[in-house]
Design a protein around this ligand. Structure first.
Ligand SMILES: [Zn+2]
Length: 156
């Protein structure tokens, strides 16, 4: 549930350069501030590129430098049909694969590389291995020197 216009700031600053904070529990998007926790009382605020946040429903996962999931929002768990304990410490590449394997490149790997050093990936399509028809849009975003990457998932 968004509380602000996520794509363009009032001064017209493009989304690719804008940062927002998103709650790791309820996925509420707010302007960046010094606050560390969401008003919902359950989640930490994650700093992400505004361009990583889609206009449609989304959920967030947080992965560490080994690409293992260590946090999943309520909506991410709903989208994936999994409980938190089923996701924690799971390698991202075990849970998701490129939706289009015909390209011969790994969009998932490239997306993760794009987030290194504080970047943001373009939106890519991923699927759940072994499960036909389940596809998601994914972006990877990392804020500056923070030690984790935020994965934004939405239905395709
Ligand atoms: Zn929240």
């Amino acid at each position: 549930m968004a509380q602000i216009d996520r794509r363009t700031a009032p001064d017209g600053q493009p989304a690719v350069e804008r940062m927002v904070d998103v709650c790791g529990h309820c996925d509420t998007v707010v302007e960046p501030s010094d606050r560390l926790t969401c008003q919902c009382g359950h989640g930490s605020l994650l700093r992400v590129h505004a361009a990583a946040i889609p206009e449609r429903t989304f959920g967030t996962l947080v992965v560490d430098d080994r690409l293992r999931i260590f946090a999943a929002s309520q909506e991410a768990r709903t989208l994936l049909g999994l409980e938190a304990q089923d996701l924690l410490d799971l390698p991202l590449t075990e849970r998701f694969a490129d939706a289009d394997q015909a390209t011969g490149t790994s969009a998932l790997t490239e997306a993760m590389w794009a987030a290194v050093d504080g970047g943001c990936s373009p939106e890519i399509a991923v699927r759940v291995p072994e499960e036909y028809g389940l596809r998601y849009a994914m972006t990877a975003s990392r804020a500056g020197t923070r030690p984790s990457t935020v994965i934004v998932l939405s239905p395709l």
